[in-house]
Design a protein around this ligand. Structure first.
Ligand code: SF4
Length: 379
């Protein structure tokens, strides 16, 4: 802008005398290139369990796979994919992250999902994102491919039982414990099924979190305010360095605006909060950008924040260093505080002083910009 103004000023005498069109005199600046929107995920290889094709959803996915021209194979079990292509382990890992396995969910006992919800509701396992810090690196171990389940009716029936057992209290279900289900929704439609089911459950609530912006198919659904959609956001440094193969911050915000306007309860998860050089500016800027970008009327009462500091286990550290050898993710055990983990492994969090600084800073900034919002937890 300044450059253009200066240039126009320089030629102003000619303009007055000879009436040269301004467009000729003003050096045209190439229009800022709009970054390409994140494309919905298309796997490179798909496996089907034969039984999955007995279900309408399995059949629908098979048709989609054929239309897309994606190669597919049959497998006896979604838990035993052994012949993935790739010469090295690292190649196989990359391919696995772009491999979809369509099967049946056999275990209908739900895991607990504290502090975010009472139970994890299983509709998918695995994710196409490459977040360096993701805990799926360890929990999925040698099975990083993406499994989706076609027997959603069984999953919903199990959820109904949990709701009945929990009555008269409200039972909450987290659909993003083992995956990013929004990133798979265009293939499965499973979130839509859960949302419409939960809409008619006075004592059931659904929630999920995403780093993907593909929410359009959810906007017109009946939800009755029983589903909270949250977006994972972070300081620019964290998104740039540690979240490859997810969407840009602006896209997440745009999607957040859409779901808020569709009447869904909205939330933001800042996770993992990472102590880095300039973290105060980074997180301060994150919250001011968020406040500026959200449409009026979408960030009042009912908006929630969840704050999760970075943590890792020794196993996670060695897996991450192998899979992302150039990562800048700081995982120095000496600089961390040991905390007993629920899964029997010690995890490493920030020492109290750092934790307190992060918590206080973020809490202040959140209430400065969003005085009516609630902070569900800092962990
Ligand atoms: S988007 Fe979420 S689930 Fe997917 S890799 Fe990143 S942190 Fe893991």
């Amino acid at each position: 802008m300044t450059a253009c103004r200066k240039a126009a000023g320089h030629y102003s005498h000619l303009l007055a005398k000879e009436l040269i069109p301004l467009s000729i005199l003003t050096p045209s600046r190439p229009p800022a290139r709009k970054p390409r929107p994140t494309a919905p995920f298309v796997p490179e290889l798909v496996y089907f369990e034969p039984d999955a094709l007995q279900y309408p959803k399995g059949e629908r996915i098979l048709n989609w796979v054929r239309e897309q021209g994606i190669p597919y194979r049959m497998t006896t079990s979604h838990n035993r994919i052994t012949n993935l292509p790739g010469e090295t382990e690292s190649e196989q890992y990359k391919i696995a992250k772009r491999t979809l396995v369509v099967g049946l969910r056999k275990t209908l006992e739900f895991d607990q999902s504290k502090p975010s919800a009472d139970y994890a509701i299983p509709i998918a396992t695995g994710c196409m994102g490459h977040c360096h810090y993701c805990y799926l690196q360890t929990t999925l171990g040698a099975k990083p491919y993406i499994r989706v389940y076609v027997n959603t009716d069984d999953v919903i029936a199990a959820a109904k039982r949990y709701i009945e057992q929990g009555a008269p209290k409200i039972t909450t279900f987290e659909a993003a414990c083992t995956s990013d289900p929004v990133g798979l929704e265009h293939i499965t439609g499973s979130l839509a099924e859960l949302i419409t089911f939960m809409a008619d459950e006075p004592l059931g609530r659904l929630r999920f979190v995403t780093k993907f912006p593909h929410v359009d198919s959810l906007l017109g659904l009946k939800h009755n305010g029983h589903t909270r959609i949250r977006f994972s956001i972070n300081a620019d440094y964290v998104i740039r360095n540690f979240e490859p193969a997810t969407s840009r911050f602006e896209e997440r915000l745009e999607a957040a605006g859409k779901v808020a306007r569709a009447g869904y309860p909205l939330g933001f998860i800042i996770a993992p909060i990472i102590w880095h050089d300039g973290w105060e500016e980074g997180y301060g800027e994150l919250l001011s950008r968020l406040a500026l970008a959200m449409p009026p009327g979408t960030t009042g009462k009912g908006l929630t924040f969840e704050l999760i500091q970075h943590r890792f286990t020794k196993t996670a550290k060695s897996v991450i260093e192998k899979r992302y050898p150039k990562t800048k993710l700081e995982m120095d055990i000496e600089k961390r505080k040991k905390k007993w983990g629920r899964w029997g492994q010690n995890k490493y969090v920030y020492p109290d002083e750092q934790q307190n600084a992060l918590r206080e800073f973020l809490t202040e900034r959140i209430f400065e910009h969003f005085p009516e919002a609630g902070i569900d937890y800092f962990t």
